[in-house]
Design a protein around this ligand. Structure first.
Ligand SMILES: Cc1cc2nc3c(=O)[nH]c(=O)nc-3n(C[C@H](O)[C@H](O)[C@H](O)COP(=O)(O)O)c2cc1C
Length: 158
């Protein structure tokens, strides 16, 4: 539906960087398809494209980190959204630490939460990962939105 896709391209919403780890390896990518879905219980839906390495990796883990991206860290959107872990080690190219349950926390993104994957939902070419947050940190500041970065070519076509 061409007009719908054009319309969707005019929308604006935050973009996030999702990361995951299994104790040995870590993966992550930019997502724009994401939303809080409930206050009580707290729930957030993070949608991963079946084409992405991060999606394949997320099927083997039970939790994800979701980072907001400060305006001054927009270059991380190039790294995590414009490159694929099939070809580059993204975590060798940025600063990060192991956070709760070993999840990778990106140094340049001080606002993040970590959530347990409580459900995986078939949503078409993306799979919704419904998260129950169990840890979070918040710092005020300008964040990156879809309209700021929509010209970046995804590392994997959706
Ligand atoms: C602005 C923007 C929004 C994106 N939104 C999503 C998204 O909602 N879900 C997703 O899985 N990928 C999304 N992507 C694409 C992935 O971030 C991209 O294909 C990435 O290179 C995949 O890396 P991986 O193969 O290492 O997982 C988006 C990319 C950009 C630049």
């Amino acid at each position: 539906m061409k007009v719908f896709l054009k319309l969707a391209g005019t929308l604006n919403y935050p973009v996030f960087i999702v990361t995951a780890a299994d104790g040995e390896q870590r993966e992550g990518c930019v997502i724009g398809f994401a939303s809080q879905t409930s206050f009580e219980p707290a729930r957030f839906l993070a949608c991963l494209s079946r084409a992405n390495r991060t999606y394949r990796f997320a099927s083997k883990v039970d939790a994800l980190t979701v980072h907001l991206v400060p305006r001054e860290a927009t270059q991380l959107v190039e790294l995590f959204g414009g490159q694929t872990g099939d070809e580059v080690d993204k975590f060798a190219r940025c600063a990060w630490r192991a956070g709760p349950r070993g999840l990778p926390i990106l140094a340049a993104c001080p606002t993040w939460f970590a959530g347990t994957i409580v459900e995986r939902i078939d949503l078409g070419d993306h799979v919704g990962h419904l998260l129950e947050p169990f840890a979070a940190e918040l710092q005020n500041g300008e964040i990156t939105y879809f309209q700021d970065v929509k010209d970046i070519d995804p590392g994997h076509p959706a």
